[in-house]
Design a binder for this molecule. Sequence first.
Ligand code: GUN
Ligand code: ZN
Length: 443
Amino acid sequence: MTQRAIRAPAMTFHGDPFLVPAGEALRHWPDALMRIEDGRIASIEDAEEGLKRLPAGVPVTHYEDALICPGFIDAHVHYPQTQMIGAFGAELLEWLERYTFVAEQDFADAGHARDVAARFLRELLRAGTTTASVYCTVHPQSVDALFEESERFNTRMIAGKVLMDRNAPNALLDTAERGYAESKALIGKWHGRGRQLYCITPRFAPSSSEEQLQAAGKLWREHPGTYMQTHLCENQGEIEWVRQLFPERSSYLDVYDHAGLTGPRAIFGHAVHMDEEDFACCHRTGSALAHCPTSNLFLGSGLFRMVDAKRIERPVRVGLGTDIGAGTSFSQLQSLGEAYKVAKLGGHALTPEQGFYLATRGGAEALRLDDRIGSLAPGFEADFVVLDLKATPLLDFRLSHARDLAETLFVLMTLGDDRAIRATYVAGECVYERDRPESFLYP
Ligand code: GUN
Ligand code: ZN
């Protein structure tokens, strides 16, 4: 048995601050001792008590000027697009054609896929993200590359091969039958192996035939516990295209619902242009949404309606996604800064507690993993980040004037980025230390 302990201020959520007062949802220890045993949290309590109970010989790592929180969760991200972040000037459909579908063809080469997967995983960990729901490409070897790299760090990752059988370059197309067979083989190989989880991934309705969507639904039903991710209502041109391609369906979401692609462990990216029936359908079916603020601003897609999504009579599970490479940062702190501005333009203020909840426990609830990650509590997998409250001169100065935890969290949302991540722990092991980059750099 390996044991260690971490001492630092710490915070976690045990409720949803969109639904209950922040004070009830948030737990804060000004000085915590967290004991870790074999990759899981054994206890977390006030340091004074914890130190009395700590067995002799267990090493304690003490972080000062720090705040510990659960590892960030990225509910929607494309690892192959790491090489094309910041592609200029286009809106969604043109951006896909001009940049995305060009970059993704490189992943026919397994060596290229392994190289990008290695860089991608390191960028996530550098940003404090310990779990993500990841789109690979249409090539099965792109999935192997991602999971192999994830196994190396023992991260809990959700990922899958993109399914698309129309409206993309030939080199990126599978067929309904081949996509089904390749995904099934990948489920057999990866789902539940260590911490890896498989996600059936029809890219979006315009690039899958009805036959392929039906096959994806069948595959999902045949493999309980697997995930399903796709894009939904991101952009007006895309929505109009779906209307033309599926005239018999009542809405974009109805296309997926009809194919059996709604339910627990379904994750719909973007969901910017949703009506009441769409939100109600997500609530009814237990489907989750991934809010991707940096992407929605970068492509000019629109403003996600968080307050409507979380309406107390029919709350929808919402996680936070970076959507790299339409998104512009791996840092969920930066995503939160943009989420705040998106909410503000919609007439609402996202509180700091709501923000940090979205990036941690809220993401875990969206991904149905809230019984094992997203919180600091006994029995949970010890994935956490050490935030540096003195990461930059400005952050140090600004936080010296913060009156309470809420203000500290809000300033971290506004000024924070990867520099604020002092260390990232995965299953109790420190996999990234900002001040020891030589142990982590790639290649
Ligand atoms: N819709 C379909 N594919 C994509 C993608 O790769 N990125 C984004 N942002 N939207 C999509
Ligand atoms: Zn996306």
